[in-house]
Design a protein around this ligand. Structure first.
Ligand code: NAI
Length: 394
């Protein structure tokens, strides 16, 4: 399947604009479509500013910046993308809106074009089912900001044909990305494996075992994560982060491992969405005093081990259910959300036995399904094996 030179992107918000910029930088003619003229204007202005900065910093010459921008056509009609070899939708995260758009797209573009969705939580199978030709439809899940983040999760639906998958993967490599194949399961790789980073931190806080500043400190100082879970949730926004958690929990038939936190729901209900609203777990208003962590190394180690063990457990389960390979999962977590190490390589380094001991300790204490050990971890722990050895045939 040849995607050719023309790319269409629908939705000129954060993600669509980023994807359009990426495609134009890779040399494509791009049609960027949105219902809203304001969204198109905002996308155009923000791209001009981005390229102006790149030119000022000497990272790009003006002629190149102009030619990239000149390759993007901003339009309020999907008719503008009728010659596209690949159409990517990045509109609002709603099944009805996306289904309607996909139907219209199929009627507009050629029969052999590939159609992709940038959805973060909807089922690829469900979205594809509205098409006459779901075999050329798949998920291409980019990360924000799309021009910068290396990871693209490539998600075939049950009906997707190999040639569409191959064409999309090749193209992502040409664009300089690291495509990782993921199964069409809730949260795909990153939004599933990352859940315990928030969920277990919230649980520790809800139990009163440590305060937010201390948990953030432990994950930054001991775990070497770029941001602690609470500052990260505030940064993402509780409207987005809570909804992703709830969606994954519901889609996993209410598996207790993914159970959302009432504390986070209360923040959302109160309109304390995080940085963007001035308050979340932390107070961002002028003059606010930041809470100080309790820099207790022993407590910090315990917090870090508990959260990491839960992430590893989730990653191990993702291997068990074929969501991706060991390498795919580690690559996704380092390239998509900047984890300092892939969770499975981390487990090898700390010792699978140690991770299992932490989880067994939690299970012993709470007696909840949430802490049951993944059979993959149990097996490796019993045999003294390592994830590294599973890499080639996972
Ligand atoms: P956004 O709200 O910034 O942009 C969505 C745009 O779609 C808006 O400009 C809106 O006017 C437009 N739109 C809505 N319905 C439309 C229609 N029927 N036809 C044409 N345009 C329409 O949203 P954002 O954050 O860019 O997200 C877009 C998609 O990407 C969602 O599916 C989201 O789940 C997914 N995603 C978001 C990430 C993020 O970090 N923001 C990361 C990865 C995926």
């Amino acid at each position: 399947m040849d995607i050719g030179t023309r790319i269409g992107v629908v939705g000129a918000g954060t993600m669509g604009a980023g994807i359009a910029q990426l495609a134009a930088t890779a040399g494509h003619q791009v049609a960027l479509v949105d219902l809203s003229r304001e969204a198109l204007d905002r996308a155009s202005t923000s791209m001009q500013q981005t390229f102006k900065r790149l030119v000022e910093k000497g990272r790009m010459d003006e002629a190149r910046a102009e030619s990239i921008l000149g390759r993007i056509q901003f339009s309020d009609s999907i008719g503008a993308m009728k010659n596209a070899g690949l159409a990517i939708e990045a509109i609002v995260e709603r099944l009805d809106a996306k289904s309607n758009l996909l139907r219209a797209l199929e009627d507009t573009i050629s029969e052999d074009a590939v159609i992709a969705t940038n959805t973060s939580s909807l089922s690829i199978a469900a979205l594809g089912a509205v098409l006459h030709h779901p075999e050329r439809f798949l998920g291409l899940h980019f990360f924000n900001p799309a021009p910068v983040m290396q990871l693209v999760e490539v998600i075939p639906g049950v009906a997707t044909e190999g040639r569409a998958i191959g064409a999309a993967r090749n193209l992502m490599e040409v664009w300089g990305k690291s495509p990782v194949l993921a199964k069409d399961t809730p949260g795909f790789i990153v939004n599933r494996v990352a859940r315990p980073y928030y969920g277990e931190a919230l649980r520790i806080y809800d139990e009163g075992a440590a305060d937010i500043a201390t948990i953030d400190w432990a994950m930054r100082e001991i775990g070497r994560f770029r941001m602690g879970p609470f500052e990260l949730m505030d940064f993402i926004g509780h409207d987005v982060n809570y909804v992703v958690t709830r969606t994954v929990w519901e889609a996993m038939y209410f598996d207790p491992r993914f159970k959302p936190s009432l504390t986070q729901l209360r923040l959302l209900e109160a309109g304390r969405l995080g940085r963007k609203s001035g308050q979340g777990f932390y107070d961002y208003r002028p003059g606010a005093v930041a809470p100080q962590p309790q820099e207790d190394r022993l407590l910090g180690e315990r917090i870090f081990e508990r959260v990491l063990a839960m992430i590893v457990n989730e990653a191990a389960d993702a291997v068990l259910y074929g969501v991706s390979t060991v390498d795919g999962i580690d690559a996704a977590m380092t390239l998509g959300v900047n984890y300092p190490k892939g969770p499975l390589a981390w487990a090898d380094e700390l010792g699978v036995k140690r991770i299992v001991a932490v989880l067994d300790g939690l299970m012993n204490e709470y007696d909840e399904d949430r802490y049951r050990v993944s059979p993959v971890l149990r097996r490796l722990s019993g045999s003294g094996g390592r994830f590294k050895e599973m890499r080639s045939h996972a």
